[in-house]
Write a new protein. Structure first.
Length: 197
């Protein structure tokens, strides 16, 4: 897919598409992996991005946590909703191919639940413990590209590393370090017309 889009971008216009004033957004599905627990996750991301100039954009991402598997210590992440606000630096290319690097601090609303079936003293018969949710700082680093086609649409692929820790009412902490990937179709509007050179 990357190779075919790269070939298309080389065959297309030699004039760079990316410019100040582009507003774009998308909604997709993002499978992920909690690195320290080796557990898969699924979330629904939504992005809104504005190109401040030809190389820098203000990038905002929201991730709605859908599900995650069990961990080795029987703790399951039942909430991990994330909000990121930051910038993306867009590399100079010709045509409609738009690779970028993103840096976004953010916050995560997260909660874990004990899902072990072992009976625990003074707990429910099934040994389930409810831990309180918490808001924790996170940091997102992303690498991806957009390919703009037609007038109002683009395709995108992104890989994201999230670093953070969930602190809760139990000994220790739950690492939120995660690798996510997402791709799909997005929309874009040209709020400022591209300057003719």
């Amino acid at each position: 897919m990357l190779l075919s889009l790269s070939c298309l971008s080389q065959e297309g216009s030699s004039q760079r598409f990316v410019h100040e004033g582009i507003l774009c957004g998308d909604i997709s599905i993002a499978p992920g992996m909690l690195l320290s627990q080796n557990v898969s996750t699924i979330s629904i991301p939504a992005t809104l991005e504005y190109y401040w100039d030809d190389h820098v954009s203000l990038k905002n991402d929201v991730y709605f946590h859908v599900s995650s598997g069990m961990t080795n210590d029987s703790l399951r992440l039942i909430a991990n909703h994330q909000l990121f606000v930051g910038i993306a630096y867009h590399l100079t290319t010709k045509g409609n191919f738009d690779p970028y690097l993103g840096f976004q601090p953010g916050i995560a609303y997260s909660q874990v639940k004990n899902e072990s079936k072992l009976p625990l003293p003074d707990q429910t018969p099934y040994g389930r413990i409810e831990y309180t949710p918490n808001i924790n700082p996170v940091l997102g680093l992303s690498l991806g590209f957009n390919y703009y086609f037609f007038r109002y649409f683009h395709m995108f692929v992104e890989a994201r590393y999230v670093h953070g820790t969930h602190l809760y009412n139990a000994p220790g902490a739950f690492p939120l370090d995660e690798l996510k990937c997402q791709f799909g179709l997005g929309w874009n509007l040209n709020l400022i017309r591209k300057k003719k050179v």
